[in-house]
Each structure stands twice: as C-alpha cells, then as structure tokens.
Design a protein around this ligand. Sequence first.
Ligand code: BT5
Length: 239
Amino acid sequence: MKIIHLEEINSTNDYVKKHITELEDLTAVYADRQTSGRGRLTRKWVDSGDENLFLTIAAKPDDIKNFPAPNLTQYLSVILCMVLEDDYNLSPRIKWPNDVLVNNKKIAGILAEGTANGGNIIGIALGIGVNLNTSADKLAQIDKPATSIYNETKTRVNKEEFLNKLLSKFCLLYHDFVRDGFISIKDYYVSKAMFLGKEISINVLGNIHTGTAVRVTDAGALVLKEDNKDNTYYIGDIL
Ligand code: BT5
C-alpha cells in the first residue's frame, strides 16, 4: 500500500477526493493536523492533537459496479476492532452501521465519500479518525462521550506503528471483502454488535424509527421489529 504523509490539511477526505485521478488504488493519506475534519452531514471531527490518526484510503476498484461500496465503512470498522482487540487488548463494540466504541465511548469515526466524474464513480475516499493518545481533558471537550486508546490503557500509542497494523489488516482481508462483500465480515461484525436484541431508535434521514434490533442482514442492513413487523434499514444512525 502506498502511503502519503502530510503535515497539515483541511481534511484528508478532501485531499483524496481532489487528487483521486492521480492516486493509485489503495493509497493511504494521513495528516498530523486536520484543520476542518468532517463527520457525516454537517458534523465535525475534532482534531485533538498530532498524536492521533487522521487517515483516508483511496479506493479505486477495477470493477466499481460490483464493488461492495455501501459496506466499506463497516469493513473498516471491523478491521479497526480487530486491531484494537488483538494488538491493544481492548474490547471494542460496533454501533450500527460503523461507529466503534470502547466502554460505550466513541474511539473512532468513519466516513466514506464517492467521487464522480460525469456521473461515473471513479473512486471512494474512505476516511477514519482514531483517537490514539487524546488526554482525558481534551476528550471531555468533545460534545459526546469519547475515549482514546491511551485513555483506556494508560500507554502511549506510536502513531506509525498503529497505522501499519491497521493498513496490514485492511489489506489482508480486503480481497475476500471485495469478492464476497459484507458476508465476509458478517460473523465478526455480529459478534461485536452492541445493539442486537435491544430496543433502539434510529434516525433515517430525519425520521425516527423505534423498535427491537433483531438482526443484521447479509447485506449489512439493520432489521428492526416495529409493531410486530420487521423493517429493514440500509442507512441511518442509532440514537
Ligand atoms: C463520523 O461522523 O464519525 C466520521 C468522522 C470521520 C473523520 C475522519 S478523520 C479523517 C477523514 N477526514 C475527514 O475530514 N473526515 C475523516 P459522525 O458519525 O457524523 O460523527 C461525528 C460526531 O462525532 C460529532 O458530531 C461529535 O459528536 C463526535 N466527535 C467529533 N470528533 C470526535 C473525536 N475526535 N472523538 C470522538 N467523537 C468525536
């Protein structure tokens, strides 16, 4: 995997989108400082210091029509959980579709954005911010419960070492994911899901739906039992 290291950028996702035509498939771009990090919709991603990871992977699959793009963020959430569990001895959980939590606090955020040229998708910017070394006082400034690896383990994390572990694991399982889609990660994803069997509310494009989360489908969608009827959701946020 080719790696580009930037000192400062507005957003690594924006950098990848801007340079998508010249970037090779699976180029990883990370920055020490991100001045306008974005979340979904109009939300922001807080930069709480250069010892944290702001990374975007450029995905330019040959066969974009058959590429499991809708599940790419779930794939990355699984890869991150594997690294947190295997290499940092944490117990991460996934909140559908792709939030990764440790002790019920958000440790990372993932954002995928397609870039099109004349209506044809030419690549995907797959971004992730991971709180590696954020201190407790900086975490407290984030508007929702948040944590970092350091906050959980009291051990400093070497950013480049973490990046290498994440990218190696990403590459290791990527071929199977591209071939088989969500099904290739489903068992692991379900084993980490913290919402199944619970009464939850989800926000789907501004509409709130409440019910019991009964299962995740082979396509990574969430099935909610609402008034005894199973409804399947492909997008949304658990509140
Ligand atoms: C996300 O959005 O969680 C996706 C964040 C993606 C960030 C990466 S960093 C590299 C790349 N370049 C970018 O510009 N973006 C990507 P969302 O689900 O909308 O959650 C955003 C919410 O998470 C915010 O409204 C806060 O409540 C919370 N938040 C913001 N910064 C945080 C942080 N550092 N740690 C934990 N929670 C945070």
